[in-house]
Design a protein around this ligand. Sequence first.
Ligand code: PEP
Ligand code: MN
Length: 355
Amino acid sequence: MELNIEKLGLNGLDENRPLVIAGPCSAESEEQVMKTAHALTGKGVKIFRAGVWKPRTKPGGFEGHGEPALPWLKRVKEETGMLVTTEVATPKHVEAALEAGVDMLWIGARTTANPFAIQELADRLRGVDVPVLVKNPVNPDIELWIGALLRINGAGIKRLGAIHRGFSSIDQKLYRNSPLWHIPIELHRRYPNLPIICDPSHIGGSRDLVAPLCQQAMDMGFEGLIIESHCCPDCAWSDAKQQVTPEVLDFILDRLVVRDNQEFTESLGSLRKQIDEMDDNLLNLLTKRMRISREIALYKKEHNMGVVQTARYSEILDKRCAQGSLCGMSADFVRRIYEFIHEESVRQQMEIINK
Ligand code: PEP
Ligand code: MN
């Protein structure tokens, strides 16, 4: 299904620079909001974010001040001229935010995962002209993300964007939410006109990961960044570990290298041709490997053997991971590839054995 979209059309932005949205995770007090907003505007930030309604994993945390915090955002607009944006999760939030003059809305990751909630938001947004950014759902399901974008777009919201904030995973290591970059890249492949904004704060979950994630997002051609920034990160009532001061934010943005993605040099074209060839070879090799697997299945059938011999499988994983590491790849990456190859190989062998 197609998305019928227009540019986000945010006044006063430099079209040639990445869009930067910055501000605290939560609006905690009028003083904290104003202090942070003044510092950010001093650093050239044009769009201010602050969560007014906060979805928290467990009860008992700070769930946002709700409507009483909206006048603080209004004051930010009046005193700094910045545009303001906040998260909405229910039709009532939409009404209150629009009433207070909030310029742009975003939909949080937990809400995107729920089509009923998204449809209610879409119904409330019908007939309203406001830019809306849709965060990816917490689970790595691109169809759910696209479904939410389609519902909001279907209600007539043409100024639409997506926010990539990473995906929760059971085996988190470095990141709070795994980036799984191939998902936003696939979204971009399917909807090249849809702006995608990276949220390094929620992906990284820690201050020192913000800068490298911002650079990675720029290298991958993301349209912009949404970064949590707080006048006193250590005192933040939510997401303290991942917020940076406006000064640090300025430092990070100053050092960002924004490459011109439109530039398609000849050498890039020839390198891409080589990649296409390599992929061709890879697929041919995989096809041949599967053919041998099927021959093995015939042998196993004749000799009444089971499909999976775990000792052999372990040996393959160990050897390939070690070999991959020697070639400069992460052992984990090689392991995952072989797990997938093995899964497909077992599937094909089962077909033969059950024939
Ligand atoms: C946020 O932006 O502060 C937030 C709650 O984000 P997410 O929905 O990505 O968890
Ligand atoms: Mn947050």
